[in-house]
Design a protein around this ligand. Structure first.
Ligand SMILES: *Cc1c(COP(=O)(O)O)cnc(C)c1O
Length: 499
């Protein structure tokens, strides 16, 4: 059965695509993967005349085959109605590279592309599986994911979403994005503690059987909006094809030509979607995996040793500050020739010893598909300034990492293949760092708050502040609860009406 999903760690755990969306993780801790993915092919010729939304419907129909066509059409139309351009992910020429802007959704970060879609898929999956229960999404956030999840689940039927964030651990703008969140099913709570405290608190609630039973007996269940869900991964495959079509429209390539993609990488979801596009037949030469100074993936792709035993450093590209890139497990599955037992062993090694080593053959396979590089904060700042000075393009810090690694890759290899750099956030989401890179930290320090920095960044560069960020300052605060770590369960029960 080619269209079924199985666990990366056990080929006998088999579910439909809608079940995989509902369950998120396989019961053995593995990730759901489609065994027959590389025998499916997307017809690129037929996609050349499609809009983004039509393309999304077509690709998602291949990746999530048990959703009826009409259902998928409804999901896609609703999901992409809140983007500020019908292109959804516009492609722009910047210097010698192309930049694919993934930040035109309601929260100005690339996570919108997936998180606007996931809630619709969850609702449709429940209908397909005869599940009438209420889904309660529980998430801890360091800033970006929580807001994108809130905006995605906002007022989606039969769901509630609860987000915990470190009260003093997010930027002024990030905090305002969450505390002003609209919707009758959204609940936001700051906690006195850091992100790890929030994360640990959420994990404890997930693991608490008495809370779980209380919810179940009231026809409710917990779920997470985690990036390992196939319902988040699948929508990201679409924009790789869209970029290819736009390059053809721009006469930059002919159909069949290979291109490169460079991706600022954290949990490995975004770049894995590129590998999926390649398996579906998209002509890709190299996938360039760009890390910040948390360069676990750089080491892995160059040596075959994945080693998480190191300190996490805080960088100016915080959404990439990660030591365990969960979605890499899916790449390992395909690169090993779908060897579930090997994957199970590798993941056991990671859990028990904090590291694993892949066989030489597998490493060779991965190196033929991927190039890895990294840039620290100083390198990233210099790249942002260089691009602004030379092309007047203002990129965000995450995108800056990818631009730096792309230029280093081209210099090292002499590769002239057209390269698309994925841009994952609006520069105005990270105004302080971007402003400092372009005009100096001293100039930034003279401005009295983050909103002033945002406004001056706009005034000096001539780039408009995206509407969802511009209107924040004047939006009423709807969520002002701040609680102690041990009060998190109470907040959850109160939010779902089960005090
Ligand atoms: C989440 C995120 C990333 C990393 O994407 P992964 O899929 O986790 O690799 C990069 N940039 C931004 C702005 C993000 O929010």
């Amino acid at each position: 059965m080619n269209s079924l999903y199985e666990s990366t760690r056990n080929k006998n755990i088999l579910v439909s695509s809608s079940r995989a969306v509902l369950d998120g993780l396989a019961p053995d801790g593995g990730l759901f993967v489609m065994r027959g993915l590389d025998s499916e092919k997307a017809d690129i010729n037929s996609m050349l005349s499609m809009s983004y939304i039509e393309m999304a419907q077509y690709i998602l129909g291949i990746l999530l085959p048990d959703f009826p066509e009409q259902t998928m059409r409804d999901c896609v139309h609703k999901a992409y109605s809140k983007f500020d351009t019908p292109e959804i992910t516009p492609l722009v020429k910047v210097g010698d590279n192309w930049i694919l802007e993934l930040f035109h959704g309601p929260t100005c970060a690339f996570k919108d592309v997936a998180l606007q879609m996931l809630p619709r898929l969850v609702t449709a999956s429940k209908e397909l599986n005869g599940d009438s229960s209420e889904t309660v999404i529980l998430t801890a956030t360091s800033g970006d994911t929580g807001k994108a999840a809130l905006e995605g689940f906002c007022d989606v039927k039969n769901t509630k979403i609860i987000v915990f964030y470190p009260s003093d651990g997010v930027s002024v703008v990030q905090k305002a994005q969450m505390t002003t969140q609209s919707g009758n099913n959204t609940y936001v709570c700051g906690i006195k503690g850091d992100f790890d405290d929030a994360q640990t608190g959420v994990k404890k609630i997930f693991a608490d059987n008495s809370v779980k039973e209380l919810l179940n007996s009231n026809n409710k269940h917990f779920s997470s909006a985690n990036s390992i869900n196939v319902g988040r991964l699948a929508p990201q495959v679409v924009y790789y094809f869209y970029a290819y079509k736009k390059l053809i429209d721009n006469n930059a390539i002919k159909i069949g030509d290979k291109i490169n993609f460079a991706v600022p990488t954290g949990n490995f979801g975004d770049i894995l979607a590129g590998r999926y596009a390649q398996m579906l037949g998209l002509p890709i030469n190299k996938l360039i995996c760009a890390s910040n100074s948390n360069n676990v993936l750089f080491d892995f792709i160059n040596t075959g040793v994945y080693n998480r035993k190191r300190e996490l450093s805080k960088t100016i590209s915080p959404s990439m500050d990660i030591l365990v890139s969960s979605n890499l497990e899916r790449l390992l599955y395909y690169a090993s020739g779908k060897d579930n037992e090997l994957i199970s062993t590798l993941m056991k090694n990671l859990a028990q010893n904090g590291e694993y080593t892949v066989p030489a053959e597998m490493l060779k396979q991965i190196q033929s598909e991927f190039y890895a590089g990294y840039a620290n904060d100083a390198m990233t700042m210099a790249t942002l300034k260089k691009y602004y000075d030379e092309t007047a393009y203002v990129a965000d810090t995450h995108t800056g990492v990818a631009l730096n690694v792309t230029d280093a890759y081209k210099a090292a290899t002499g590769d002239k293949t057209p390269t698309v750099v994925l841009s994952t956030a609006s520069p105005f989401k990270f105004s302080n760092s971007v402003y400092s890179a372009l005009f100096g930290a001293d100039a930034a320090a003279k401005l009295h708050d983050e909103y002033a920095v945002m406004e001056d960044l706009s005034a000096r560069t001539g780039c408009a502040i995206p509407a969802p960020l511009a209107e924040l300052k004047n939006k009423p605060i709807r969520h002002n609860t701040v609680c102690a770590k041990n009060e998190m369960p109470d907040f959850v029960l109160k939010s779902v009406g089960l005090e």
